[in-house]
Ligand binder design. Sequence first.
Ligand SMILES: NC(=O)c1ccc[n+]([C@@H]2O[C@H](COP(=O)([O-])OP(=O)(O)OC[C@H]3O[C@@H](n4cnc5c(N)ncnc54)[C@H](OP(=O)(O)O)[C@@H]3O)[C@@H](O)[C@H]2O)c1
Length: 266
Amino acid sequence: MRRELAGKRVILIGASGGIGRALATALVKAGSKVALASRTAEKLIELADALRDAGGDVIASPTDITKPEDRQRLVETTLTAFGGLDLLLNNAGVGSWGHFADSTEAINRTVMEVNFFGPIELTRVAMPHLMKGNQPAVVNVASMCGRKGMPAWPEYSASKFALVGMSEAWRGEFARFDVDVLTIVPGMTNSGFEKNWLRCEGKADLPFEKGMLPEYLAGKILEAIRANRTESVVGSEARRLLWFNRFFPRLTNWLIARKVKKLYAK
Ligand SMILES: NC(=O)c1ccc[n+]([C@@H]2O[C@H](COP(=O)([O-])OP(=O)(O)OC[C@H]3O[C@@H](n4cnc5c(N)ncnc54)[C@H](OP(=O)(O)O)[C@@H]3O)[C@@H](O)[C@H]2O)c1
């Protein structure tokens, strides 16, 4: 199946962030109608104005994905504005960089709420409307940490593994409603993500400035949506790591553990 993006009615959560802005811009360029959602109203309004100036049909709908009433309002506002829903892009997320031993239950719960419970409960609200949509799909933006748990990313890895697992289960379940489920597994992206982390206490060198551009990732995500690709690993280092881990899992774990020991040696 080839999915046409022109005229599609889309909810994009996490629209104000680096990857979200690039996605919103690319979707508008492709002719989709986009409900821009995240918590920060000013950023959404500024983005919506810029996209409207470029001819886009967009609305700004401030939403905290962790709040049930916000999730409900987002879906209702989108239905009122566009008359239906075809695509749900679960792109909101938060990171936390540091070892589990020094972390807290509060951080663990926040990461799980934003990266897992929020998107899946938003999907629950959106699902009855997606079922009536045109070539409908749920697109979950996970991470390479959702396919390989990484040290200093314990809560984040767990939240993205959970999202990937839920996506796999949904794929079988949603098929009978003709709603596709696509998983995106990006590597490091130069999006400003690191400025919003809950903790920044890891020790490895993480050169986010050398990561792929959000516009490149957005292009790959749109390509995956058009081609209806079940899972897309994007970014050369993510592809390399996941490939190596697949064929040499014990060696991968040994190399990772050795690096951590060196970094944390007194
Ligand atoms: N950058 C990377 O290297 C990378 C790699 C792999 C995967 N990812 C994933 O890509 C997605 C986008 O990340 P990004 O790189 O664009 O980071 P970002 O710039 O920090 O964007 C995160 C987005 O999530 C929104 N958000 C955070 N908490 C929220 C909440 N409670 N309710 C609603 N929205 C919330 C933020 O907006 P507000 O603060 O306004 O709410 C923002 O729009 C995330 O899921 C991330 O895990 C990123």
